[in-house]
Ligand binder design. Structure first.
Ligand SMILES: Nc1ncnc2c1ncn2[C@@H]1O[C@H](COP(=O)(O)OP(=O)(O)O)[C@@H](O)[C@H]1O
Ligand code: SF4
Ligand SMILES: [Mg+2]
Length: 437
């Protein structure tokens, strides 16, 4: 192993020093780690992938990083859900969701919003739920907070630190919210009170969950603002939400959400309303803070490109189902579900041309019809005859227990860029494909 290190300080802030340590590791065990180069910046680990892209760290504590340790297949359990198997098998499970079904019963019909999803969130883990609008990401996130509307009926289990939310009283739920699970939503203006200063709102959050005096709450609030990159601490506390920019309001929301050091932070499209430059900054801050506060992050987004370098694991949802789940690098390199491939190919690439940008044709199935067979069947170029009748189970793919796919006919690596099945290989095995492929 070859280690190089450099020390320096940031030009904009000469008081902050940093050390960059680069470790070149031999590729002795390709199963455990796809990166060859480890970078430590200011004590935090960062990884570079094969294209020298900067990949945020897996978790906060470099000393506990086990990506570099060998873990044999026998040490890993067989998954039955989109669980985290990417690293520490013994890391604490903070959220354990099993066979969650969410329905909205209305006068004339039922909306089948979530159709039996199972997943775990482990301590310090960052996961992203991705999928088009209407796939069930938000209601899944809200279920972790016990915040679904009264019209929703739920079945399955949602355990947060071992307590099943579905069996808690309203008061117990309130206690879990904020202290154990907190949330940041897309539009901070709907969550912030326009007639209270941000200081008053931060103080209120702090004193709602802990015994804290007014003076301490003020000091803590100013500290929190500083942590989310808002300078001028105590003066800023006197500002009303409308006096802040969109990016700042979202950072205030992050400060409020993280204030009680929750076990999990659910961030639902937290940067969608912001401009692209601010998006990147706010996301970076969100990640750094969750690392600093030992909080697991559940990031919800319709934009796969946003989460590429941020999370440890991506869960792809379609029509209320989990269709693929994998650590982020394998998911981006070798997506196996036709829907994930469609999502990736519909992200415009820098330097790409019109042929590399292909939106997925068609639309989501009607959520008011009870699902039967694979929900992606109507839009899928890989479909087989049985896809219409049989919903495939989520199971390990490509010899990796970390990579789970629910598909009867997964995409081959050579077909990813192509965006459709290879004619030569598929014609014989399909019965109802269109002639065009
Ligand atoms: N309060 C509600 N009443 C009825 N249907 C709802 C309600 N909230 C969400 N839905 C439906 O549940 C499905 C999933 O919605 P949502 O979780 O918001 O999707 P996403 O966040 O992935 O865009 C959609 O079909 C949506 O119309
Ligand atoms: S191949 Fe079949 S199971 Fe797989 S996504 Fe397409 S329709 Fe669904
Ligand atoms: Mg949503």
């Amino acid at each position: 192993m070859d280690v190089h290190s450099w020390r320096g300080h940031f030009p904009s802030d000469k008081s902050t020093t940093f050390e960059i340590k680069v470790t070149f590791a031999p590729r002795s065990n390709p199963d455990e780690c796809e990166q060859q180069i480890r970078v430590e910046l200011a004590g935090r680990q960062r990884f570079l992938d094969e294209e020298d892209n900067y990949v945020p760290a897996l978790h906060a504590n470099p000393k506990s990083d086990r990506r570099w340790q060998h873990k044999s297949m026998s040490q890993r359990s067989t998954p039955q859900s989109a669980d985290s198997h990417c690293d520490d098998v013994d890391r604490k499970i903070v959220a354990d969701v099993r066979d969650l079904k969410i329905r909205f019963r209305r006068a004339d019909d039922t909306v089948y919003a979530v159709n039996g999803v199972s997943f775990q969130v482990k301590a310090h883990e960052k996961i992203a739920f991705v999928g088009e609008s209407g796939c069930g990401k938000t209601v899944t996130g809200l279920s972790l907070l016990g915040l679904l509307p009264k019209s929703a009926t739920l079945s399955g289990t949602i355990e947060i630190n071992g307590r099943n939310l579905l069996s808690l009283s309203k008061d117990e739920l309130r206690d879990v919210r904020g202290r154990e699970v907190a949330a940041v939503f897309q539009d901070p203006m709907t969550s912030l009170n326009p007639v209270l200063t941000i200081g008053e709102q931060l103080n209120e959050t702090l004193s709602a969950h802990a015994k804290i005096g007014r003076r301490d709450a003020r000091v803590r609030s100013a500290e929190l603002l500083q942590l989310v990159g808002i300078s001028g601490g105590s003066e800023r506390l006197k500002s009303f939400p409308h006096q802040l920019s969109g990016g700042m309001r979202q950072r205030v929301m992050i400060a409020m959400a993280i204030a009680m050091k929750p076990a999990i932070l659910v961030a639902d499209e937290p940067t969608t309303a912001l401009d692209v430059t601010t998006q990147a900054l706010v996301l970076e801050q969100l990640c750094n803070l969750t690392e600093e506060f030992d909080t697991s992050l559940v990031l919800i987004t319709h934009d796969l490109s946003v989460v590429a370098r941020i999370v440890d694991r991506v869960i792809v949802m379609y029509a209320g189902f989990i269709v693929e789940s994998a650590p982020s690098i394998p998911l981006y390199r070798t997506p196996a579900h036709p829907y994930t491939v469609g999502l990736l190919n519909s992200v415009p690439r820098l330097g790409g041309n019109a042929t590399t940008y292909r939106p997925i044709e068609g639309s989501l199935p009607d959520a008011r019809v009870e699902p039967h067979g694979c929900p992606f069947e109507q839009r899928c170029a890989w479909r087989l005859a049985k896809c219409k009748e049989e919903m495939p189970a989520l199971k390990p793919h490509g010899g990796s227990v970390n990579h789970l796919v629910a598909c009867h006919n997964p995409v081959l690596p050579t077909e990813i860029r192509l965006g459709r099945p290879e004619e030569r290989l598929r014609r014989t095995s399909t019965t109802n494909m269109t002639e065009e492929i």
